[in-house]
Ligand binder design. Structure first.
Ligand code: GLU
Length: 321
């Protein structure tokens, strides 16, 4: 059940209103008995405490507002696909769209069915098959280790935090259980939509999914998408404004797998979820939000994370619609 906060009063300062909303959300979420189910396909995710809840909001004015377990690292999983896509677009520009589509899939994150109909071209860069093609683009001409290092450096640069790391236990568990991702990669290779051998491509993919971040770090890393492609603190451009807009458009239409339409309906913000229970949401022109609650709904998206964003967006009047 969603319990909404009282509507905002215009005369209360934005920061106070936000702190108030975060405190209310934390209180509500802490009390929730139904928290979804943590991902159980690999032991490092299956053993995460389902009572954890953290949220961080990085406003474009440079302020950061946090509540709950906002400084506890978690596995960002598919949220990393936003960062790998951003890097790959920097390498290839729009040529990337000849190998990956831009349509919502309406299917599970690891579905193989559409690939046969669509000749090995994944529907979008945020389902597993699409992110594997993106990893292939990033790998071309480099060693896997260099590519993984480049992705990690990019994320550290965006968050302005050198302590962000990759959890090797998550990366090797992903590989040990990644039979379906292997099937996707091999299938796309058969259509000639991978330039490299599937093994090293999947190595890159598994490692970026295994990046560990806190809500605070993730909100900071997402700021460029909330401020026209620039770091709002330094004014330094990271991507062109048009590219930031397009990444946001893809997050809105494809960021929650086959729950994307419902998320747009209830929350109305570009965002990307991961099976570690994190969600990165963007309020264009205003803020980047990271929320983490490890329990997932049936579509693999954070159950309480979605509810928290629904309450926050209503309370603050934040929506792209
Ligand atoms: N590493 C995960 C997989 O490929 C990503 C899942 C996700 O967060 O959607 O299965």
């Amino acid at each position: 059940m969603v319990v909404y906060c009282p509507p905002p009063s215009k005369d209360i300062d934005l920061h106070a209103r936000l702190d108030d909303a975060l405190a209310t959300i934390l209180d509500l979420m802490t009390q929730r008995a139904a928290r979804g189910h943590v991902a159980n396909y690999i032991p490092p995710l299956a053993t995460v405490d389902p009572t954890k809840f953290g949220i961080a909001v990085a406003l474009n004015d440079g302020s950061l507002h946090v509540a709950g377990d906002a400084d506890e690292p978690f596995s960002i999983q598919s949220i990393s696909k936003v960062f790998s896509l951003t890097l790959a677009l920097g390498l290839t520009g729009d040529a990337l769209w000849q190998r990956v589509g831009r349509e919502p899939s309406g299917n599970a994150f690891n579905s193989i069915v559409q690939l046969e109909h669509e000749q090995g071209i994944p529907r979008n860069p945020f389902i597993n098959s699409g992110a594997i093609v993106v990893a292939d683009i990033l790998l071309s001409g480099r060693q896997p280790r260099e590519t993984i290092g480049e992705i990690l450096r990019f994320v550290r640069f965006l968050a302005d935090d050198e302590t962000i790391s990759i959890d090797p236990a998550v990366a090797s568990a992903e590989r040990a259980t990644g039979f379906r991702n292997e099937a996707l990669a091999n299938y796309m290779k058969s259509f000639n939509n991978l330039r490299n051998h599937p093994g090293p491509v999947l190595g890159v993919y598994y490692h970026h999914c295994a990046i560990t971040m806190t809500c605070r770090q993730l909100a900071c890393a997402g700021r460029f998408l909330a401020s026209n492609g620039r770091n709002p603190l330094t004014g330094r451009p990271i991507v062109a404004p048009e590219r930031a807009r397009r990444i946001n458009a893809l997050m809105l239409t494809c960021g929650h797998y086959d729950g994307s339409g419902d998320f747009a309906f209830t929350v109305g913000l570009p965002s990307k979820s991961g099976v570690g229970g994190g969600i990165l949401a963007i309020v264009p022109g205003t803020a980047a939000i990271a929320v983490w609650s490890p329990g997932l709904n049936t579509q693999g998206n954070s159950l309480l994370g979605i509810e928290a964003l629904e309450i926050l967006s209503r309370h603050m009047g934040w929506s792209v619609f």
